[in-house]
Write a protein that binds this ligand. Structure first.
Ligand code: GLN
Length: 480
């Protein structure tokens, strides 16, 4: 039998219901994996052994009482340390927030808590979700469980690595420019970036508000669909959430793609992408074709501007959002006595923020400053519209798009961290879906010759997550 900590959500829920194992045994299997491996992997910033133990006991008590439990009750989860968790330390990967204990749960966390989650702990991330490797965390780098010399990806690297290494059954992340899909693809798990506004972000520290989304990591497409159903919906605490109906996502898992039109955007298969990555993605496309889907070559000509648009508008929004971390409203006070209030701010922020955050705050305030606003920020917003229009055009012709998630499999720790421009290019294939607010599901699609996971993404029009799940479920069901 598969180890308890490696089961899917449905298998775990059934095992609990049938009393094959207790919730405490299940939790222990995750804690054992953490004890064995997390000294090296460092997926968690904080493991809440006591809190998780209490939640597990409550679930066992309810089971002993013969209560019929929700599918998510008792399931161990790792949550990116940028979601507020009531009473549980939340650092955002920053030493500035090292001691912060939120007084309330993020809406996504609250929804899971109401369904009986067992919160194992808070997972590592690049500081304030800014990065693609978790190397920008104040709490050390998360290593890839497939190769400890390599990154797990970022910024939700801890969530992806924790799941891949059996330290939880599912996990949560955020995706502003690729931070769910890229680590999912580096660690060989599924990760969904939903439509902008599909899941509430209330209680999740904002990075770039017009780009940020919350989403799940899971071991299979079914798990992703269960989690999306649990998390999606209108929230009066996040006015960007949509009141569109939340469909039953299970309805899309019928494993049939007959008649679907699938677009291959040529810009995502260019010279900058590893041959091996392209080969694996194309092999999956062949399976879809065999299953009766029609494959159509398409073009999204503005793709080449996406990284530039992102690295102008994201820092602009980020620098405004991070204003509140001033050592007074939020964040630690400076260690030395300040001369005056301005010096207080300088010292608190100077000590608290890491280099990458400082770089982005400087870029953001620069592009918003008088005289540069029109040249950079406003222009970038116009180009963002071109990217959106490209997608609108192709979605008139095809139902979904398929593309690689990342141009390469997981890179080595230290390889890109001192070359910000190269690191930024690692997001070239994930950023466009964020620019247009589109859902995109990262699915594992094989391994490189060096045994590293490779991922593809299925991108759909807004609120058509069901199409991503349909294609993902089909690919999952066909043998190699
Ligand atoms: N890697 C991208 C960045 O550095 C995306 C981060 C994210 O999606 N949170 O900004």
């Amino acid at each position: 039998m598969t180890e308890l900590n490696k089961l899917t959500i449905r298998e775990t829920a059934e095992g609990l219901k049938d009393k094959k194992f207790s919730c405490q045994e299940l939790l222990n299997s995750c804690l054992t994996a953490i004890g064995d491996k997390d000294g090296d992997v460092r997926a968690y910033i904080y493991v809440d052994e006591d809190g998780a133990g209490l939640s597990a006991k409550m679930v066992d008590d309810r089971l002993a009482d013969g209560e019929e439990l929700d599918i998510l009750a008792g399931i161990p989860v790792g949550i990116k340390d940028i979601f507020n968790t009531e009473g549980v330390k939340t650092t955002c990967g920053s030493s500035l927030l090292g001691d912060f204990v939120p007084p309330y749960d993020a809406t996504a966390v609250k929804k899971l808590r109401e369904r009986g989650m067992v919160l194992v702990g808070k997972t590592n991330l690049d500081e304030f979700a800014c990065g693609a490797s978790t190397e920008h965390s104040a709490f050390g780098v998360t290593r890839n469980p497939y190769d400890l010399e390599r990154v797990a990806g970022g910024s939700s690297g801890g969530s992806a690595a924790a799941l891949a290494a059996g330290m939880c059954t599912y996990s949560l992340g955020t995706d502003t420019g690729g931070s769910i899909r890229q680590p999912a693809s580096f660690c060989g798990v599924y990760g969904l970036k939903p439509t902008y506004g599909r899941i509430s972000r209330s209680g999740v520290t904002a990075m770039a508000s017009s780009w940020d989304v919350v989403g799940p990591f899971g071991r299979c497409v079914d798990d992703i669909s269960i989690l999306l159903g649990a998390l999606a919906g209108k929230d009066r605490l996040d006015l960007t959430t949509s009141d569109k109906d939340v469909p039953n996502y299970q309805d899309f898992l019928h494993k049939n793609v007959k008649g679907m039109k699938i677009g291959l955007p040529k810009e995502y298969f260019d010279d900058g992408v590893d041959e091996e990555v392209k080969d694996k993605v194309r092999a999956s496309v062949k399976k879809l074709e065999k299953g009766g889907a029609k494959i159509v070559d398409v073009t999204l000509p503005s793709t080449k501007y996406a990284v530039a648009v992102y690295y102008i508008t994201m820092p602009a929004e980020l620098s405004a959002n991070l204003e509140r971390f001033d050592g007074i409203r939020y964040g630690k006070k400076p260690s030395e006595d300040p001369e005056d209030l301005v010096d207080f701010y300088f010292k608190a922020r100077g000590e608290g923020f890491g280099d990458e955050i400082k770089r982005r705050i400087m870029m953001g305030t620069y592009v918003l400053s008088a005289g540069y606003y029109d040249a950079y920020y406003k222009k970038a917003q116009k180009v963002r519209t071109l990217i959106i229009k490209d997608f609108e055009k192709v979605f008139g012709k095809v139902d979904v798009l398929i593309a690689p998630v990342s141009p390469t499999p997981a890179f080595k720790i230290g390889e890109l961290v001192n070359d910000p421009l190269k690191m930024y290019m690692a997001d070239a294939l994930t950023i466009p879906a964020n620019a247009a607010g589109l859902p995109s599901l990262a699915c594992p699609c094989g391994f490189s010759s060096t045994d590293l996971p490779i991922g593809l993404q299925v991108i759909a029009p807004q609120f058509e997550e069901g199409r991503c799940l349909r294609v993902g479920a089909f690919l999952e069901s066909v043998e190699d």
